[in-house]
Ligand binder design. Structure first.
Ligand code: C5P
Length: 233
């Protein structure tokens, strides 16, 4: 699906209710940013909130990371497309058939969101993935799953900024990379571990930067957003 704007910042709306979400969104502009709705907000507020955000002109990334049998994931992706979202994602570890079904389902819709794969969750260490039967470095598994996502027709993957240049080089320059773990200079790191500044992340090959608390928890969110945009010029 084509984007409403060329904004490269996706604001993570990690709020617990509709009122606080809409209060923040009222201070933002679709020309400056896109919005990400994740599991908590979606489970609490549902499609009606997503539709309100879209109606206000925002591109919405529905970050529900679907992972199930191919038929179920394809149907869920179709439902997301019908809602009008700009981007939706699935776990690449669901396999080629699941991803192919999902892509084919979206292709039949009037609105065609970008379909993005999740490779290895950045919360998983080498030891964590060995406990689930994968005896290799997380970065090797990231590359393997990203290649599978590309071969299955997906538009891109979520990855850490540290992996972005490796993926662009090994897969394709037009494979869309969506990166969280971004912090402007001087911002609180919070629970993120391996961070990069917005301009470093773009230089590494990120296409879209997912940024939450440095904007949503800032006393002046629009100023924080504008400062980040200025730092990218
Ligand atoms: O507030 P902050 O900028 O850390 O928010 C980052 C957002 O990106 C959150 O919604 C978080 O769940 C998401 N995310 C992440 N790391 C990943 C995948 C998603 O931080 N590997």
């Amino acid at each position: 699906m084509s984007s409403n704007t060329d904004a490269r910042i996706i604001i993570a709306l990690d709020f617990k209710d509709e009122a606080s979400t809409l209060a923040l969104v009222a201070q933002l502009k679709p020309s400056l940013c896109k919005l990400k709705v994740g599991k908590e907000l979606f489970v609490r507020c549902g499609p009606s909130l997503v539709k309100k955000l879209i109606k206000q002109g925002f591109d919405v990334f529905l970050d529900l990371k679907f992972h199930d049998i191919p038929n179920t994931v394809a149907a869920a992706c179709q439902a997301a497309a019908d809602m009008g979202v700009w981007m939706v994602n699935v776990h690449a570890s669901g396999g080629r058939k699941m991803m192919t079904y999902a892509k084919e389902a979206i292709e039949q819709c009037q609105h065609k969101p970008l379909l993005i794969g999740v490779t290895v969750l950045t919360s998983l260490s080498r030891q964590d993935i060995s406990e689930i039967g994968l005896d290799l470095e997380p970065s090797e598994q990231v590359l393997r799953l990203a290649k599978l996502a590309y071969d299955s027709g997906l538009d891109g993957v979520v990855c850490s900024p540290q992996e972005a240049s490796m993926l662009k080089q090994n897969i394709a320059q037009d494979f869309c990379l969506v990166t969280p773990g971004v912090r402007p200079k001087g911002a609180d790191i919070g629970d993120q571990q391996r961070i990069m500044t917005p301009s470093q992340a773009l230089a590494q090959g990120s296409d879209y930067l997912v940024i939450g608390r440095p904007i949503t928890a800032h006393p002046e969110p629009i100023q924080a957003l504008q400062a980040i945009i200025t730092s990218l010029k």
